[in-house]
Design a protein around this ligand. Structure first.
Ligand code: ZN
Length: 59
């Protein structure tokens, strides 16, 4: 198994960890009249539609 030859400096470790960035979720609009933004592959939290079909009770 490959083993690092030297201890990685605190500066290098922190620099690498600083490159991690969260990305905003991709949103699509629900086909319901309000056109709410919903996370893909999830039922709409506002009307309970999924792929144009009612799969959950509308709140
Ligand atoms: Zn909806």
């Amino acid at each position: 198994m490959a083993v690092p030859k030297r201890k990685m400096s605190r500066s290098n470790t922190r620099h690498r960890r600083a490159q991690w960035k969260a990305t905003a979720p991709q949103l699509t609009s629900c086909p319901c009249p309000r056109r709410e933004l919903v996370v893909p592959h999830r039922a709409c939290a506002h009307c309970g539609l999924y792929k144009g079909r009612q799969v959950a009770d509308a709140p």
